[in-house]
Design a protein. Structure first.
Length: 129
């Protein structure tokens, strides 16, 4: 996620494979529901992948520890280059997507994402819808 200004921006994210030009409309942003099992990410390296199950916890990297963060397992896991990718869920009744955070790290079969509420509070931002 990036705090940008000075222009108009479209509320869309890329979906599909790594070289896809397919996009989906962003309808909202909020934090994820722990235990839900069909979250997705759309990364530069791995493309769009779904089937992630969310829990919460802490992640520690060489730059320190963060808590709370989104902890997710299942589905095709993120890889190097996917950092910053949107972490989202699809609509039950349509093609819209709903942002829940952004990818920050992985370790084996576990991925980590920053929660939307923490990004919004830290940078005083809203999401384009």
């Amino acid at each position: 996620m990036e705090a940008i200004s000075g222009q108009s921006y479209s509320p869309f994210i890329y979906t599909g494979g790594v070289n896809s030009t397919t996009s989906a409309h962003i309808a909202s942003a909020d934090d994820p529901v722990v235990g839900f099992s069909n979250y997705c990410h759309s990364g530069r390296t791995t493309g769009e992948n779904c089937g992630h199950t969310v829990s919460s916890g802490t992640v520690c990297t060489s730059s320190g520890c963060k808590s709370p963060v989104i902890v997710f397992t299942g589905g095709t896991m993120i890889q190097g280059g996917d950092s910053g990718a949107p972490f989202y869920v699809g609509s039950v009744s349509g093609p819209d997507k709903h942002i829940r955070g952004h990818v920050i790290a992985s370790g084996g079969s576990t991925g980590y994402a920053e929660m939307w509420s923490r990004v919004a509070a830290r940078f005083a931002v809203t999401i384009a819808t």
